[in-house]
Design a protein around this ligand. Structure first.
Ligand SMILES: [Zn+2]
Length: 126
């Protein structure tokens, strides 16, 4: 049972649900959730409430520690390519995949394989 993860929500143990209620009769406690996996916050939280409890408690420390954004970032035309997909309902037409430049609105053709390849991009990354 040591493979079970504990929810990292600071107040998880204060939310009354049946699955958190543990222990023998007369000595029950509400406990932090333990599961083999969680779906929220990079697999660290049992639900959104616990995730946001953590965010609300630690976000200022986190921003101070890792550095705040103090200047606007710029997405240039060279890096504004986004993969798009246009579904076509009729059987004789194939779905259309294309790059769209979200600044210039230019479109460029894209094969389905290129669309599915997460490493394939037109963006220069600079
Ligand atoms: Zn939780």
């Amino acid at each position: 049972m040591s493979a079970l993860k504990l929810c990292q929500g600071p107040d998880c143990h204060t939310y009354h649900t049946q699955d958190r209620l543990k222990g023998p009769k007369g000595n029950k406690t509400i406990q932090t959730r333990r599961r083999s996996n969680f779906y929220y916050g990079n697999h660290n939280f049992c639900d959104q409430r616990c995730l946001y409890d953590w965010v609300n408690k630690y976000i200022e420390q986190g921003l101070d520690h890792f550095g705040r954004t103090t200047e606007p970032k710029h997405l240039t035309e060279e890096n504004a390519w986004s993969k798009r997909y246009e579904w076509r309902g009729s059987a004789d037409e194939s779905h259309r995949h294309y790059f769209l430049n979200t600044i210039t609105r230019e479109q460029r053709p894209l094969t389905e394989a290129q669309y599915d390849d997460s490493n394939y991009t037109l963006n220069t990354g600079e």
